[in-house]
Design a protein around this ligand. Structure first.
Ligand code: SAM
Length: 191
């Protein structure tokens, strides 16, 4: 059976992340992606995870401690748009994931927003290694969701093909606005 956008985002991450890598979960939420990334980077790697809601940090920290993976992860109670203040420009980022929208079963008015998402995408692409991948899972059924989806689509479509491969994965016959996946991969200089 075809993978959901969320499942396929993990497949695309798993293909490239290796022990020792530094990766980013730009929207920590309940910590499912952070946990998944922490397993992939191994003991020598690091996951930097961001969210603006304290509840997200508490839930994620609990999951990590229970799995014995907490030492591999740095949790930040601040927006992903501040990534540039935390990581120097020469720090290589192998992969990153965004799950756009609101935290399920939580305050639906706290959502990711086009301007801050764009700033975070810019900061991550500056640091993305060759063959590194940036995944965006866009939920757009909520108020404001279509604006953000359109920003992400325009952003992805305008990336130069000499430098990036950009993939769009979506089911086009499903009801209830299933999430849409975008994957940006930096090419190697020789490609
Ligand atoms: N990946 C998460 C998981 O595994 O549970 C789900 C993420 S949820 C769809 C989106 C999250 O983005 C929410 O928890 C929300 O608080 C967070 N968020 C909103 N604006 C943000 C920002 N500027 N920086 C970082 N996180 C933000």
């Amino acid at each position: 059976m075809l993978q959901t956008a969320l499942h396929f985002s993990h497949t695309l991450l798993k293909e490239i992340i290796q022990p020792g890598d530094l990766v980013i979960d730009a929207t920590m939420g309940n910590g499912f992606d952070t946990l998944f990334l922490a397993e992939l980077v191994g003991k020598t790697g690091k996951v930097y995870s961001f969210d603006i809601q304290e509840q997200a940090l508490l839930t994620t920290r609990k999951k990590l401690v229970e799995s014995g993976l907490d030492t591999r992860v740095k949790l930040f109670l601040q927006g992903h748009e501040t990534i540039g203040e935390i990581l120097n420009l020469d720090v290589p980022v192998k992969a990153a994931i965004f799950n756009l929208g609101y935290l399920p079963k939580s305050d639906k008015s706290i959502i990711t927003l086009p301007n801050t998402t764009k700033r975070a995408l810019d900061e991550i692409l500056l640091r993305l290694t060759p063959r590194g991948r940036l995944l965006i899972v866009a939920y757009y059924g909520h108020d404001g969701g279509m604006d953000e989806l359109s920003m992400v689509r325009n952003y992805c479509e305008s990336l130069p093909q000499e430098q990036f491969n950009v993939l769009n994965y979506q089911f086009i016959n499903q009801k209830n606005q299933p999430p849409i996946l975008f994957c940006i991969e930096r090419k190697k200089k020789s490609e």
